[in-house]
Design a protein. Structure first.
Length: 246
């Protein structure tokens, strides 16, 4: 695991630039989406001592859930070690869409594939893992606002893009989704455009309110990385930063 993820990060290099406030990354097997995810995670390396907390959101693939599901686990464990989970107060009257659902977390790869990247590019951090089912963007945004924190907090949204289209059709579809992301336009992104659209659209809603700046880092699909081109899955990586005040 360490050698695989290190190789992906080495390929992405050590880019300079402002510290990300949030990242959007894919979650397929490393041979498929790892190179794309690495272009985002490499942005953290030069700021590794800044972050002590990661709020990680991704869609559910195995155990369906409505709203947002937290975990009661004390740690999330990978081959690279344990990551402590932050105890989260979520059952407030104004967050009715949030609750603990451990069953949806146990098999969920959309979160777990991000953890080794985070372990290698950051120093010690606590994790707030959230599986997001069908939920309005405003409901996700309310939770993100509650968990936003300060410069010590990194928000990560895990999502792939289009699924099982032809190579050229996927490129056109994913470019349209990329344009919507760049314009912070959650109303233009549906579940066929991004499997993690509910978490993604919540982040874009908050980003628009807070005036964050967004940059596309990579946009490819499985036909570009390791798969055939007749039916591909799209992957993208984006970085959101606080606006520079002049």
């Amino acid at each position: 695991m360490r050698s695989t993820v290190t190789a992906l990060l080495d390929e992405a290099g050590l880019p300079q630039g402002p510290a990300p406030r949030a990242l959007i990354v894919p979650h397929a097997g490393y041979v498929y989406s790892g190179p794309v995810a690495a272009t985002a995670y490499a942005r953290l390396s030069v700021h590794r001592d800044r972050y002590s907390r990661v709020v990680l959101l991704g869609p559910c693939h195995y155990v369906g859930v409505g709203g947002l599901a937290f975990s009661s686990a004390d740690v999330f464990r990978t081959p690279l070690g344990d990551i402590p989970v932050e105890p989260t107060v979520f059952a407030d009257a104004d967050l009715p869409d949030s609750r603990v659902v451990d069953a949806t977390h146990r098999p969920e790869h959309s979160l777990e594939v991000q953890l080794p990247f985070l372990q290698l590019v950051l120093d010690d951090f606590v994790l707030v893992p959230i599986v997001v089912g069908e939920a309005p963007a405003d409901a996700v945004a309310r939770v993100l606002e509650r968990l936003w924190g300060g410069p010590e907090t990194l928000i990560v949204v895990s999502t792939d893009l289009s699924h099982y289209l032809s190579y050229e059709r996927a490129r056109m579809t994913d470019q349209a989704t990329c344009d919507a992301i760049e314009h912070l336009a959650p109303e233009a992104i549906g579940s066929r455009d991004a499997c993690g659209c509910f978490a993604l659209n919540g982040l874009l809603t908050v980003a628009r309110r807070k005036g964050l700046e967004i940059r596309t880092l990579d946009l490819r699909n499985s036909g570009d990385t390791a798969g055939p081109t007749d039916r591909v899955v799209g992957y993208g990586a984006w970085m959101l930063t606080d606006a520079i005040r002049h």
